[in-house]
Design a protein around this ligand. Structure first.
Ligand SMILES: Cc1ncc(COP(=O)(O)O)c(C=O)c1O
Length: 372
């Protein structure tokens, strides 16, 4: 397989729209595309002023074709699978990877197998994976154990893995960072001081850092302009935070993990060797947030019209905490990454608010309830 890596990208090399706008930094000119990328950078004036920072934007990756950032990696990864002649694609998933792989793999005409931890994946994501044509297997195991099995199948040559352990996935995900820089310059007038993101397998943290290093190497970005990569994990699934806060070289696997933010219920982040330097070398940090803080942030975002799944809201919960402790300064311009849409996990969303009221079908009763 011929992979293009002749160029380090500069901003002038970028043209077109979406992930493939950044082909100068990708291994191919084009992949299996469903028009991924080009997601909005939203203002959230109420959260911005309540948290007390100069500028805050939400990069809403839930606006990708299957509703999460995973599509950016799949458009590249599935193209590579085709080049390699792979016939059977597979992933372990907390949900979003399976939905995305099912859509992109099926579009490429390839067989897709997904392994999910039974009872731990939001319904919307399972429905997507099935409808897009994947064979969905639910295992009595957690995500990390499912990934162990997929890895063994790959070692035996049975499947081509499209989890973020596949470096081509991260190539596509680098484009989140490129878009944030370009949109920030255009819409805010400067690059962000910091990108705050929810972390599970730590692919995005690694990918953002790789993209920024390429721009630094080409001379397009100054080292001091690289945003601080700031990782947020749920209290019940926080091996990266543990490693950063204790100065470990390696993360230690958490054998059991728990959080309502099911997408980041991960105890053995495979991209940790790339993500720890990403956080440290950009002078970022890593902290945990509680499920309560995550769900409160999800409601806050929803009140500004932005619907995200619980894992995504961890970034805003983390921002709030880091601002209160003074780690994030009020002069900063911060971008919070929202990784997946609200509709992925309708159960979590409905639990966070009052249930719909049963009302008799007449005007008086309806008015009585409205005024109550
Ligand atoms: C919605 C959502 N947010 C965050 C993550 C974690 O991303 P990463 O594995 O790149 O840390 C995932 C991964 O499954 C996800 O689905």
């Amino acid at each position: 397989m011929e992979v293009r890596y002749e160029n380090l990208p500069t901003f002038e090399d970028f043209s077109g729209s979406g992930v493939w706008r950044y082909k100068a930094s990708l291994p191919f000119e084009m992949g299996i595309s469903i028009k991924e990328g080009n997601t909005p950078l939203y203002t959230v004036p109420r959260i911005e002023s309540d948290v007390g920072i100069e500028a805050l934007r939400i990069k809403h990756e839930g606006m990708n074709p299957t509703g999460s950032f995973k599509d950016r990696g799949m458009t590249v990864g599935v193209r590579v699978a085709q080049e390699l002649g792979a016939k059977r694609l597979a992933c372990a998933s907390t949900g979003n990877t399976s939905a995305s792989l099912a859509a992109y793999g099926s579009r490429a005409g390839l067989e897709v197998i997904v392994l999910l931890p039974a009872g731990q994946v939001a319904l919307g994501k399972i429905a997507q994976a099935s409808l897009h044509g994947a064979k969905v297997l639910q295992l009595d195991a957690n995500f990390d154990e499912c990934l162990d099995i997929v890895t063994m199948l790959a070692e035996e040559g049975e499947v081509y893995v499209l989890n973020s352990v596949n470096p081509f996935r991260l190539e596509g995900q680098k484009t989140i960072g490129f878009e944030i820089l370009e949109q920030s310059l255009e819409e805010v007038g400067r690059y962000p001081d910091r990108i705050v993101l929810p972390v599970g397998n730590a692919g995005n943290a690694a990918a953002l850092y790789k993209g920024f290093r390429e721009l630094v190497a080409s001379g397009a970005l100054k080292v001091e302009e690289v945003p601080k990569i700031t990782a947020i994990q749920a209290e019940g699934a926080a091996p990266i935070v543990e490693a950063i806060q204790n100065g470990y070289d390696k993360v230690q696997r958490w054998p059991s993990v728990e959080t309502r933010a099911t997408a980041i219920r991960i105890g053995n982040p495979v991209n940790a060797p790339k993500a720890l330097p990403a956080i440290r070398n950009t002078r970022g940090t890593a902290i945990t947030v509680s499920d309560k803080e995550i769900l409160a942030a999800q409601c806050e975002l929803a009140e500004e019209g932005i619907g995200v799944e619980p894992a995504s809201a961890a970034s805003v919960a983390g921002l709030r905490k880091l601002r209160s402790s003074g780690v994030i300064k009020k002069e900063e311009y911060v971008v919070c990454l929202a990784t997946g849409t609200l509709l992925k996990d309708p159960d979590a969303a409905s639990l966070s608010r009052e249930a719909p009221k049963e009302v008799p079908a007449n005007v008086e009763e309806v008015m009585r309830v409205i005024l109550n």
